[in-house]
Design a protein around this ligand. Structure first.
Ligand code: MN
Length: 255
């Protein structure tokens, strides 16, 4: 029976993580290990300067006073006898689309699973007045089942985003690009000092029919394969000629 680690960044008490665990239980043995409080937009942060505690809440559910990345590290090494077969992070309340994946604790947890050699995916669903993660749970189960059979190429993870309500289909997409405008609001506090608030206003996106954002806007669940080798191989080739000039200058300066 496949072993599955479930984590998130909204915290172990969020509704989405338990909807995800329930959706994945038919596929294997599920263990939940998640931050004890919300750790959204924390990116791929790893806690190195203080000890971490692992607390068992009930059978198969653990909380850790750390980041999603901490949870994947401790979960994989301490809660399973051997490497699990799958890490699934979510269901995040709110999309993780396009360039926003670089901030996302949800997606970073799946990145960590990938770096540790376990096929991994992140699942997010749009936030709405109507709660409930059934649609995202159903999509997560289908994609996870396929992932357990097919596996993934090296250093690759899946980023899944699910719109509200009835999902009319599933589309394989690429990351969209966000237009960052008026992202920081400046106000004055009661003591007359300026303060700043990041991430205000509705997100704007560059038009791209093949993107994850276009898919969810069309009512489709989006599945994007992400690659963790951040090297830009095109630039690598083009920049080879920098070497000669830089080294000549370096030698001159060192003389
Ligand atoms: Mn979150």
């Amino acid at each position: 029976m496949p072993k599955i680690l479930v984590t998130n960044d909204d915290g172990v008490h969020s509704e989405g993580i338990h909807a995800l665990a329930a959706a994945l239980r038919p596929l294997g043995q599920v263990i939940v290990a998640a931050p004890h409080i919300e750790a959204s937009a924390i990116g791929h942060a790893l806690t190195l300067r203080r000890p971490l505690r692992l607390e068992r809440l009930r059978d198969g559910v653990y909380e850790i006073d750390g980041t999603p990345t901490d949870c994947v590290n401790i979960g994989i090494t301490k809660l399973f006898q051997s490497l699990p077969d799958l890490v699934v992070s979510g269901i995040n309340k709110g999309y993780n689309l396009g360039d926003d994946v670089t901030y996302s604790g949800t997606v970073s947890a799946a990145m960590e699973g990938t770096l540790l050699g376990v096929p991994s995916m992140a699942v997010s669903q749009v936030e709405g007045e109507v709660a409930g993660f059934e649609a995202a749970g159903r999509v997560a189960q289908l994609v996870a089942a396929r992932l357990l059979v097919e596996g993934l190429p090296a250093k690759t993870l899946l980023n899944v985003n699910v719109p509200r309500g009835e999902v009319s289909g599933i589309r394989i997409t690429r990351l969209g690009h966000r237009v960052y405008r008026e992202k920081v609001i400046q106000e004055v506090d009661p003591r007359g000092r300026p303060y700043y608030w990041i991430g205000v206003g509705p997100p704007e996106w560059r038009e791209d029919e093949a993107s994850d954002i276009a898919a969810v806007h069309a009512g489709l669940a989006s599945v994007t394969p992400l690659h963790l080798d951040l090297t830009h191989f095109g630039a690598l080739g083009r920049m080879a000629e920098w070497e000669g000039g830089l080294n000549a200058l370096l030698k001159k300066r060192q003389r």
